[in-house]
Structure formats: structure tokens, C-alpha cells
Design a protein around this ligand. Structure first.
Ligand SMILES: [Zn+2]
Length: 247
């Protein structure tokens, strides 16, 4: 119990930086320093103040996971703003459909607007630089333990001359929602979390995505069981957002 309090305190201290840095684990942790569950691309997704890495994830206490998503300011190519919202929700439902047979407690709930919802989707007119969108997990530690939320930023028109098609919106949201769930990238997988989401002809959520999420959820929530990586030149995770470049 004493250990649990310590971890909770550490996580509480992490909240401001961690909200942006969670995804950095994917690129920052040397592969040989991390016990990866076989057949998955699981990596720790939180760096604690003492340099150790941990896993944070949703639990039944977070359910139904309420997601606030409105309509984008601009329509996608060959579609309406209403359809853009619908495919974004479908992309997140794809995760739910794939996960629920294994974890019946995993339930999503969508509303147009609710500032109290733990997961907020923000449609942007433009993205900064050449990003298409990003997603990240957020968390806080209260009396009930670790509670998890997320933030996603998506644009149907991320660049001045770039307008996404409706299918691209769907793939992009499926990918960013994986980050919101606490997952990193998998460059070698046929996966929603393949970095090259826009060049791959594939279904949005695959078996390896589900296996990786299940492996994450099996980890003790917020437990720093992973030794600190020893790689030199470790970057500040707050600069490592889970943004995704356009081609
Ligand atoms: Zn990504």
C-alpha cells in the first residue's frame, strides 16, 4: 500500500508534463531496455519523475469513457462536416468493437459537447507545421486511483493545400485514438498504429492492435516496474508529441 501511494504521488507530480509527454515513450525507450510482450508493440507510456517508466491505461472505473466530439469547421473532400464527425466516431467504435469481445467493460460514449468529458476531440482549421493530427493520453490521480482521459486534435484541412478525404479522416482518427488509449507506434505492423497511416491500404484496427491494448491493460496501472533506460542523449518527452506528419 505504501508503494501505491508513492506511485500515485509521482503520477500526480507528472500531470502537467505528462499530458504531453506520454507518447514520447514510444521513441525514447531503447528496445533492448524494455520488456516487450511477445506479439505486441507494447511500450511503457509514462516517464516518472525518477526516470523510471510505467504503464498507464483505462480501467472499468473510467467507463463508459465519454468522448466529446463536434463537427469540424470545414468538410473533408467529397463529404460533409456531419459525415466527418460520423466517420471519426466509427473509427473509435472500431476500437471498441475489436476490444469488447475480450473486455466487455470497455465502452465508449459519444456526445457533441461536454467540457467535463475525459476525452476531448478538437477539430482544427489548420495544424501547425505539417502535422495531420495528434492524440495523447492524459491522467490524474485522485482518491479513486488513476483516472485516464485523452486529447485529440484533428483537421480535415491540415495544410493550406491539403484536404483529407473521408477515408483518410477515418484512418487518422483510428490512429490518434490509439495514442489516446496509451499506445505508441508500430512501424513494422499491419496496424492502425503504423506511422505511415496514409500510405497503407489496411483495415483501421488489427489483431496486433487489440493484443497490444490487452497487454497494456494487464499491466498494473501506474506501476513503475520498468528500469530506467540507459541510452545517452535522452530527449525531454514533453517535446515528443504523438503528432503525425503529412506526406
Ligand atoms: Zn502517431
Amino acid at each position: 500500500m505504501r508503494e501505491l501511494v508513492g506511485v500515485a504521488l509521482a503520477l500526480a507530480l507528472l500531470v502537467p508534463a505528462g499530458a504531453e509527454g506520454a507518447d514520447g515513450a514510444d521513441e525514447e525507450v531503447p528496445a533492448d531496455a524494455v520488456p516487450v510482450v511477445e506479439g505486441t508493440y507494447l511500450r511503457p507510456n509514462v516517464e516518472l519523475p525518477d526516470g523510471r517508466w510505467a504503464y498507464v491505461h483505462v480501467t472499468p472505473a473510467d467507463m463508459p469513457w465519454r468522448i466529446a466530439i463536434g463537427r469540424p469547421p470545414r468538410p473533408p473532400k467529397y463529404g460533409s462536416t456531419t459525415e466527418a464527425r460520423e466517420v471519426a466516431i466509427e473509427a473509435m467504435r472500431d476500437w471498441e468493437k475489436a476490444i469488447q469481445p475480450e473486455l466487455p467493460w470497455f465502452q465508449l460514449e459519444f456526445v457533441e459537447k461536454d467540457p467535463q468529458a475525459p476525452v476531448q476531440v478538437k477539430w482544427k482549421r489548420r495544424m501547425v507545421g505539417s502535422w495531420a493530427g495528434f492524440g495523447r493520453m492524459t491522467w490524474k490521480v485522485g482518491e479513486e486511483g488513476v483516472r485516464v482521459g485523452g486529447q485529440m486534435e484533428i483537421s480535415t484541412t491540415p495544410g493550406r493545400f491539403t484536404t483529407l478525404e473521408i477515408d483518410e479522416v477515418r484512418l487518422l482518427v483510428a490512429h490518434e485514438f490509439g495514442h489516446v488509449l496509451g499506445l505508441g507506434h508500430c512501424l513494422d505492423c499491419d496496424s492502425a498504429m503504423n506511422y505511415s497511416w496514409h500510405t497503407r491500404d489496411r483495415v483501421a484496427v488489427t489483431d496486433v492492435d487489440v493484443r497490444t491494448f490487452l497487454a497494456l491493460v494487464e499491466k498494473p496501472n501506474g506501476d513503475a516496474a520498468v528500469p530506467a533506460p540507459t541510452a545517452p542523449g535522452h530527449a525531454d518527452p514533453t517535446t515528443e508529441l504523438s503528432e503525425d506528419r503529412l506526406p
